[in-house]
Design a protein around this ligand. Structure first.
Ligand code: URA
Ligand code: CA
Length: 434
């Protein structure tokens, strides 16, 4: 087989065979095929697209390019959730404990974040003593015992995706639906998921800015999952403004705890129930989405979800008393209110820029080497659609440094107040079940 023939075939808009797809994925991973040929193929795929069959084959070729996590010793259907990423997205922590309380095992591999705030692991490390270094046996045992565990990235998962993504990044071929969809799905499958629920964000703060692009990506991923034997569902949710109120690591842990008590911000609470319903259904613990939702609301009201979260923290070395007393989480020295300069309605809170403001405070990493201050961040006091009077607090800044003029300027520039009444954006734009 020759790489140049594969490139020409795709350039001419033809369908590649599974053998051809495996040839280039394996050859590139091993270093036998040079960057320039794979770049040309990525560009051909960008223009000519891939069929559903090719997308499924590409996904599995990437899964098989490296290690796979073996979760077969965990009883039940292992369901994983993936979010395409947003600002202040605290969902994972509350959602995991809620679905675990419904009997769906949550065996999660998570990363540190490079973005506005830390990733799930950074957030959890805001809890004194918490660690994610579990052996495989400990991980499996903990999920079987209490239905929930989170470990850090381990093993050499999907090396093909790592190389291809780095190449796409510098060749203008990232925004291709078949390439993005196979990249995301390969990582979830290699991490051991039997079933997958996807939260595809849309809007200013999202990777996909328009509803059309987000929908195309969601459909592509759901198709791939179902074609390779992993039950997959998706939703499309709003990311034109940050999710919930808190943006920052310890602040988001507190918000997750509030949500587990049923006292979270309305949007975050709703997102947890919507995604959770899909997870409980694909996890085989309910037949309908409505039945699953009733179960989730039940475990929140009864306190069972919160109880699992406490056991999970304790099992991984953390101090579970933070759940009853969130003031034990790291606290910033200063709380500074940013007041509205006009009266009217909040018409925009641009997620991306508000996220950057939180990062400037030290809540996120500007580069891989940056360290995070777990205590700092922003707490929104208003959301889009809310009425506001001059002097009302828009945002409270939690900071350890009083040199925050740039942060304040950024907040004023990206929180827009209009004279006319504005409707709050719809949170759940679409639910995709097949
Ligand atoms: N995120 C991924 O994991 N892969 C892509 O290709 C794009 C975004
Ligand atoms: Ca939040």
């Amino acid at each position: 087989m020759r790489m140049v023939d594969i490139i020409e075939k795709k350039r001419n808009g033809e369908e590649l065979t599974n053998e051809e797809i495996r040839f280039f994925v394996n050859g590139y991973t091993k270093g036998d095929i040079p960057d320039y040929q794979v770049s040309a193929l990525m560009m051909a795929i960008y223009f000519k697209d891939m069929t559903e069959r090719e997308r499924a084959d590409l996904t599995m070729a990437m899964v098989e390019s490296g290690d796979k996590i073996d979760l077969s010793q965990i009883e039940g259907v292992k369901v994983d959730k993936h979010s395409t990423g947003g600002v202040g997205d605290t969902t994972t922590l509350s959602l995991a404990a809620m679905v675990a309380a419904c009997g769906v095992p949550v065996a999660k591999m998570s990363g540190r974040g490079l973005g506005h705030t830390g990733g799930t692991i950074d957030k959890l490390e805001a809890i004194e003593g918490f660690h994610v270094e579990l052996s495989n046996d400990q991980f499996v045992k903990q999920v079987n015992d209490i239905k929930m565990a989170v470990i850090g990235q381990s093993g050499n998962l999907t090396p093909a995706d790592k190389k291809l993504y780095a190449l796409r990044d510098v060749t203008g071929t990232v925004p291709s639906i078949p390439l993005i969809a196979s990249s995301i799905m390969s990582k979830k499958i290699a991490a051991g998921a039997d079933a997958i629920v996807l939260d595809v964000k849309t809007g200013d703060g999202a990777f996909m800015k328009t509803i059309e692009e987000s929908e195309a990506l969601a459909h592509a991923m759901v198709k791939i999952g179902n074609n390779v034997g992993r039950k997959t569902m998706a939703i499309i949710s709003d990311m034109s403004q940050p999710l919930g109120y808190a943006i920052g690591n310890a602040l988001e842990v507190k918000e997750a705890i509030d949500t587990l008590k049923g006292e979270g911000p309305e949007d975050l609470q709703e997102l947890c129930y919507t995604l959770g319903s899909q997870m409980v259904v694909v996890g085989g613990k309910a037949v309908t989405i409505e039945e699953a939702r009733t179960m989730l609301e039940g475990v929140v009201q009864s306190g069972e979800a919160l109880e699992i979260f406490k056991k999970f923290i304790a099992a991984q070395g953390g101090d579970p008393s933070v759940v009853d007393d969130p003031s034990l989480l790291p606290q910033a020295k200063y709380k500074i209110d940013v007041a509205a300069k006009e009266t009217g309605y909040i018409s925009k809170m641009e997620a991306d820029d508000i996220g950057i403001a939180a990062m400037l405070l030290g809540a996120g990493r500007a580069t891989k080497e940056s360290t995070i201050d777990l205590s700092v961040g922003l707490v929104l006091q208003k959301k889009v659609g809310d009425a506001v009077a001059i002097g009302d607090t828009l945002v409270t800044i939690h900071t350890n440094d009083l040199d925050i003029e740039k942060v304040i300027q950024k907040l004023y520039a990206h929180i827009i107040i209009s004279a006319d009444k504005v409707e709050a954006p719809e949170l759940i734009k679409k639910v995709i079940t097949e």
